[in-house]
Ligand binder design. Structure first.
Ligand SMILES: [Zn+2]
Length: 146
């Protein structure tokens, strides 16, 4: 079964495409206090996370979770359901981030490619086999004539 993000209106699925886009999937924390905070922000009625529940990194400010309570990434804060009150600015920002990530990824890949092309020197093997021209046959012919 493909794991998908539990956030409302989020369609992230733990598949190759998500990985390629740099999206990670996190389990809900075991720590009760943190877990309840996360559950609260998911904002689903009569819903409790179980061990198979995942939330994707798109809901974290820095796209990664944090264990420090004072960290902004301690709790996921970016959710589509909040867009009703906010503008689409957040979405644009997110799209921009995604795009930048794509560009970064592409740049990195082409940089690696360029690098490997640059370092892969073509070895030109020069054949040093000097031809030993034997003149035995000529001698033979000579001795014959004598
Ligand atoms: Zn998500």
């Amino acid at each position: 079964m493909v794991k998908s993000c539990c956030a409302y209106l989020c369609h992230s699925k733990a598949k190759e495409t998500a990985r390629n886009a740099g999206i990670s999937f996190f389990r809900f924390p075991k720590d009760k206090r943190k877990r309840s905070l996360w559950t609260k922000v998911i904002n689903r009625a009569d819903w409790e996370p179980n061990d198979s529940v995942r939330i994707c990194s798109l809901h974290f400010v820095d796209e990664w979770k944090s264990d420090a309570p004072e960290d902004v990434n301690y709790v996921p804060t970016i959710f589509n359901y909040k867009e009703k009150t906010l503008s689409t600015k957040q979405k644009d920002l997110l799209a921009q981030k995604q795009l930048q990530r794509c560009i970064d990824q592409t740049n990195r890949e082409s940089a690696i490619l360029a690098h490997s092309c640059f370092t892969a020197e073509v070895e030109i093997s020069v054949d040093h086999n000097d031809m030993d021209v034997e003149d035995d046959t000529e001698k033979g012919v000579d001795s014959h004539s004598h």
